[in-house]
Every structure is written in C-alpha cells, then in structure tokens.
Design a protein around this ligand. Structure first.
Ligand code: FES
Length: 124
C-alpha cells in the first residue's frame, strides 16, 4: 500500500499558492518544535471579509507542503468566518488522508491560518 495518497503527492510536487503577499492583511507563522518545520501564511482580506488571496511559505516536510497547499485552496475565496473553522482533519481528509505520524503536519496548516486570522483581527 502506498504511504501517501495521490493527492498528497500531487500537492507536494505542484503546490498551489506558494509565495508572499507583500501588503497582506494578516500574516501568521507557526512551527513545530519537534520536527523544526515552519509555516508562514499570508492573507489578503477585502471589506466584505472574504479571503481574496492567500499565499504560504513552508520550510518543512512534504506533508506540511501538501497540507498548506490544500489548506490555502480550501479557504481561498471563502469568508473569514469559514476559514476560522477549518480543521486539520478537514485538510487531511481533502488530501485523502495522511499517515498517523504525519497528522501533525496538517495541524501546522490549521494553526498557520488561525494565526494569520488572529493577526488580521488584531490589526483591525
Ligand atoms: Fe513536521 Fe511534517 S514532519 S510538519
């Protein structure tokens, strides 16, 4: 049995929304102390509280890259209120699953988005 789903491999090889938003409305950075991986999220949010654009930089494992790629796809064009509810389980499910010992990589994606949204709210 393959360790990683096709979707994980595909998002790892061809990650969506990689990069930086210079004039972001919210930026979040989180890390996992155990593996040392770091994830940074940038959000562009309009007056209607819709996430118009999202970009990420991940210095980490393949699952973390695939998780951040999928997470950005899941919140792009969505209201802030919906992005706030995104769970790591939903990210992992959208990737057709992650191995148990790689679930923490999807947690990083959830935390990065929450941290960017916190930053957005604190600036308002
Ligand atoms: Fe740490 Fe994947 S091994 S985020």
């Amino acid at each position: 049995m393959a360790l990683y789903s096709e979707k994980v491999m595909e998002h790892f090889r061809n990650p969506r929304n990689v990069g930086v938003i210079e004039d972001a409305d919210g930026v979040g950075e989180v890390g996992n102390a155990k593996c040392g991986d770091i994830m940074k999220m940038y959000l562009k949010i309009n007056d209607d509280e819709i996430i118009e654009d999202v970009k990420f930089e991940t210095f980490g494992c393949g699952s973390a890259i695939a998780s951040s790629s999928m997470a950005t796809e899941l919140i792009k064009g969505k209201p802030v209120s919906e992005a706030m509810k995104l769970t790591n389980a939903a990210v992992a499910e959208a990737l057709d699953g992650l191995p148990d010992y790689k679930m923490h990589c999807s947690v990083l994606a959830e935390e990065a988005i929450k941290s960017a949204l916190d930053d957005y709210y604190s600036r308002k």
